[in-house]
Write a protein that binds this ligand. Sequence first.
Ligand SMILES: [Zn+2]
Length: 247
Amino acid sequence: MKTGAAGIELAVDWLKNCKFLFVLTGAGVSKESGIPTFRDALEGLWANYNPEELATPQGFKKNPSLVWQWYDSRRDKVKEVEPNPGHFALVEIQKIVPNFFLVTQNVDGLHIRAGSTDVVEIHGNISRFKCFDKHHEQADVPGGLKEPPKCDCGSLIRPDVVWFGEAMPEKLLRSSFAAAEKADLALVVGTSGLVQPAASLPFVAKQNGARIIEVNPNRTELTDSCDLFLEGPSGMVLPEIVEKLRR
Ligand SMILES: [Zn+2]
């Protein structure tokens, strides 16, 4: 495994020759935009609650208005922030490599706001909604409500995110694993590589012959399995790569 300043040059070289780039991003990328991780956000008014109460189907059934208000506050936070240079660098990389597949564990939609296209939001998006019982999609749900509104079918409306204990959308999972198999290069950014099944995606790529580049401020569970570890925030490392890619 390689690290350090020469690493950037190596990453640029690999990206220049890459035919299919698979990218996985996680909470670290959002954090650089000022979005606290789920657990870090449990502060102030929310300090006495736990993820089981706020982000599970059982929690929603037990106290729908509490869960609704929690996600409403998370959405307000997302509206206050902007995509960071790491998000924008990924938009540029998508334009340069022949095939590009981006999977994010983040639910804030910042990749899409930055301009990335065909983003696979494997944990959903807090600004999209569906009904609890039948998963009917909902448009135009206003902010600031104290209670979840109801779908035409009578079911309560919930955020279209994957809660703890819920399965990820089958179709997205299948296309993500298929892309990981096809990739000859995988870029893993800002994720600790702990949340399954997304965490196994880089390993699937590796088993199928891809090289793995990890970009993270700190070493993670994944680091020892990587071909290249670029230590630092994605908002610094990725723009540097883009700048050299363009030359
Ligand atoms: Zn419905």
